[in-house]
Design a protein. Structure first.
Length: 88
């Protein structure tokens, strides 16, 4: 009989303890929700910024490649023009 009361008391105390722990966890989780939301928003903004900078860098690289081709073409034309001048 005493064992049954002791076991019942232990089970009751365990349930109370679990309830307290769950309530504390929920309180901490609720307090951290604004911080988590801010961090998620910041991650989104940083991701958008990275994507836009990547697009800008890609565009600049293509422009640079085009400019290199144009410079090469101009050098070739100058060389051709100079060779025509020396022939005349």
């Amino acid at each position: 009989m005493i064992l049954s009361y002791t076991l019942g008391s232990i089970i009751l105390l365990a349930l109370v303890y679990l309830t307290v722990i769950v309530k504390r966890y929920n309180k901490i989780a609720d307090e951290n929700q604004p911080v988590v939301k801010q961090l998620k928003d910041r991650i989104g903004k940083l991701t958008d910024g990275i994507e836009s900078k990547t697009k800008l860098a890609r565009s600049a690289r293509f422009r640079f490649e085009d400019a290199k081709v144009k410079v090469s073409d101009l050098k070739r034309e100058i060389s051709n023009f100079q060779s025509h001048l020396t022939e005349e």
